[in-house]
Write a protein that binds this ligand. Structure first.
Ligand code: ADP
Length: 549
């Protein structure tokens, strides 16, 4: 029997219209780095999004299904693109400006982007690549920058403000199928070519509801959120659309992502929420220790993208009174997967034990663990397996290219359609996920698994250790053994033996690494995660000064 309820499509258009009117007074504030930040109300942002849609259609001939790329920082204009492009039925394609040049070129060609909106400050990055970006017909420059860099380029060049000027303040929004493409984002392509994830209107809408809910980030129009996580990678964790839906004020850092300007903008604009990867919080902690600022406005901070070292969480708790809330997700999961809010009725050490997990799944994300022999593992906090998920905002395939079939590589999707995350972990009986490793980073030592993440966390708990990355290296006797690479805090003279003895008090003895190297800094990927393949390669090439204890 069918229900008697209306079947209304869930679309970004609805988010745009609702936010513009009902939350018209909320604001997007963009940091400018020199004096007064730039402020725009949701009403203005919404109206400018309408003008942008008109400009793209009438000025540049963009039609439904066309891909419109952005190469932009987090700012009000990027927000306008986030709303306008999907609402007109086109596809918002955010380009990750930290990717290697060749990958950026590959991605633009693969997605067949017709238009790119680019911040003027990023023209030095884009201009040299243009001859190889064949599908591009139009470049729209947003904000100040050296436009001379585009002299003689093939695509037509436009100025964002000039393009919007005088455009109508209404747009005949199309009736969209909620399953149609709203946005796309390519994974960083650490192995092989990057893969395109295409989000639907429905997935964006449902994901936005979840992001805002009390079970996740818990944001309302009383809040101001600072998304340090970039809008050019994984949609700034869904915050832009979620914020517009619920009237959450946004403080956009633009290109000012270094610890000092972040500390300054938190002190002066007083956000109640922020979201960023652990390396950002690590940098901010050092900055605030050296030069204290008032960051007491922050009520909740979402941290994820890679494992948050418990020592970092403790430091924020104890030194700054700011609660870091751990979350897990990936490009393929929109990205919100889990959030580590402890259950009601726990406190003290028990509460802490929940907070350091990756968190629990919302109802819309189903999870299962697949053990080494392919069996589904129980949720008993002990049985480890690869995490597989499914749900309305989880990818079921990758973009195959215009007109091509979607791609469902076997290592990424199970035969029954679940996403294979490549993350290994355990789940507690009450549904909290603890990741122990990436499937490819786990250290397989003599038939046992050693978690590289656990070793890193324990090492980083030592007061003289600024950062630590542990990788598997080949070992004649055990197959693989851990190699610990350590960045010491400035001026420290701690030796390997002391670090080894410290570890031995905290983890099983057989897991303690024999191989050690002090390094100046841990190499990072384009999105700020530890780049372990670079460490593995330096080791294989004999470039690391390794001490064996
Ligand atoms: P990529 O870096 O491949 O582009 P994403 O940026 O989508 O991919 O990153 C997703 C991956 O980041 C996850 O599969 C997981 O390994 C890691 N990750 C994300 N959040 C956490 C977390 N809270 N703890 C540990 N790992 C995390």
């Amino acid at each position: 029997m069918l229900s008697t309820m209306q079947d209304v499509p869930l679309t970004v258009t609805r988010i745009l219209e609702h936010g513009t009117v009902v939350h018209g007074r909320s604001r997007v504030t963009t940091w400018t780095g020199d004096g007064e930040p730039h402020r725009r109300s949701f009403r203005e942002v919404g109206l400018r999004a309408v003008r942008l849609a008109n400009a793209l259609r009438d000025g540049l001939g963009v039609s439904e299904g066309d891909r419109v790329a952005t190469l932009m920082w987090n700012n009000a204009e990027h927000m306008e693109a986030y709303l306008a492009i999907p609402s007109m039925g086109s596809v918002l394609h955010t380009l990750n400006l930290r990717l290697p040049a060749d990958q950026l070129v590959w991605i633009v060609n693969h997605a067949a982007d017709r238009v790119v909106l680019v911040n003027g400050s990023l023209l030095p990055l884009l201009a040299p690549l243009l001859p190889r970006m064949e599908p591009l017909e139009h470049i729209v420059v947003v904000g100040p920058g050296d436009r001379g860099l585009l002299a003689g380029c093939r695509p037509a060049v436009h100025d964002y403000e000039e393009l919007l000027a005088g455009r109508p303040a209404t747009y005949p929004w199309p009736e969209l199928d909620e399953r149609s493409a709203a946005a796309m984002c390519y994974t960083s392509g650490t192995t092989g070519d990057p893969k395109g994830v295409v989000y639907s209107h429905r997935s964006v809408y449902l994901h936005s509801m979840q992001v805002g809910s009390a079970e996740s980030m818990g944001l309302t129009d009383h809040d101001t959120s600072l998304p340090v996580v970039p809008m050019f990678h994984v949609n700034a964790w869904g915050l832009p659309h979620a914020a517009f839906m619920s009237g959450v004020n946004l403080l956009m850092p633009d290109r000012f992502l270094q610890p000092a300007p972040l500390a300054e903008m938190i002190e002066s604009e007083r956000p109640t929420h922020a979201a960023a990867v652990p390396t950002i919080w690590q940098g901010l902690l050092a900055e605030l220790t050296a030069k204290p600022r008032d960051v007491s406005s922050l009520k909740r901070v979402t941290i994820g993208g890679s494992a948050c070292p418990p020592a970092l969480m403790k430091a924020f708790d104890e030194q700054l009174g700011v609660q870091l809330c751990h979350a897990w997700g990936m490009t393929e999961t929109s990205p919100l997967g889990t959030v580590a809010l402890p259950p009601a009725g726990v406190d003290g050490e028990e509460e802490w034990a929940y907070r350091i997990t990756q968190g629990r799944f919302p109802a819309s994300v189903e999870a299962r663990l697949i053990g080494p022999d392919g069996a589904v593992m129980p949720w008993d906090s002990e049985s480890a397996g690869e995490l597989e998920v499914r749900g309305p905002w989880i990818a079921g395939a990758y973009y195959g290219g215009a007109g091509a079939e979607p791609l469902r590589p076997e290592d990424k999707f199970s035969p029954d359609g679940w996403l294979r995350t490549g993350d290994v972990g355990v789940i507690s009986p009450d549904g909290y996920l603890t990741l122990t490793d990436r499937a490819k980073d786990v250290i397989k030592s003599g038939g046992e698994w050693i978690s590289s993440v656990e070793l890193e966390n324990e090492l980083m708990a030592h007061p003289d250790v600024a950062e630590a990355a542990v990788v598997a290296v080949p070992d004649e006797r055990w197959g693989e053994r851990p190699l610990a690479t350590v960045v010491l805090v400035e001026g420290s003279t701690t030796g390997y033996a002391e670090l080894r003895d410290f570890l031995a008090t905290r983890i099983a003895r057989w897991q303690v690494p024999e191989r050690w190297a002090i390094i100046p800094t841990v190499p990072k990927t384009s999105v700020g995660k530890f780049d372990k393949k670079v460490i593995r390669k330096s080791y294989a090439d004999g470039e690391l000064d390794v001490t064996k204890l």
